[in-house]
Design a protein around this ligand. Sequence first.
Ligand SMILES: [Zn+2]
Length: 87
Amino acid sequence: MAERRKFKKRYCKYCEQKVEFIDYKELNSLKFSLSERFKIMPRRLTGNCKRHQELVTVAIKRARQTALIPYVIDRKKVVENPFEIIR
Ligand SMILES: [Zn+2]
């Protein structure tokens, strides 16, 4: 169990900072809930409460639409996928 725990404590970072509204332009606050490939982190990893996770999800989706956050990271930068060329 100790190995699998990437995140030390389960607490909502937004509750701790008493965030009431998450702005999609504030990428610093969204970073908590984004993985390094800009995916939305699941609640079980971040420990966000349900209310804030929903706010974060909406904010991240808005940020993607406004091109503040990429939808996907270029796969070639991470791992070359040979099946991609065939298609
Ligand atoms: Zn919260």
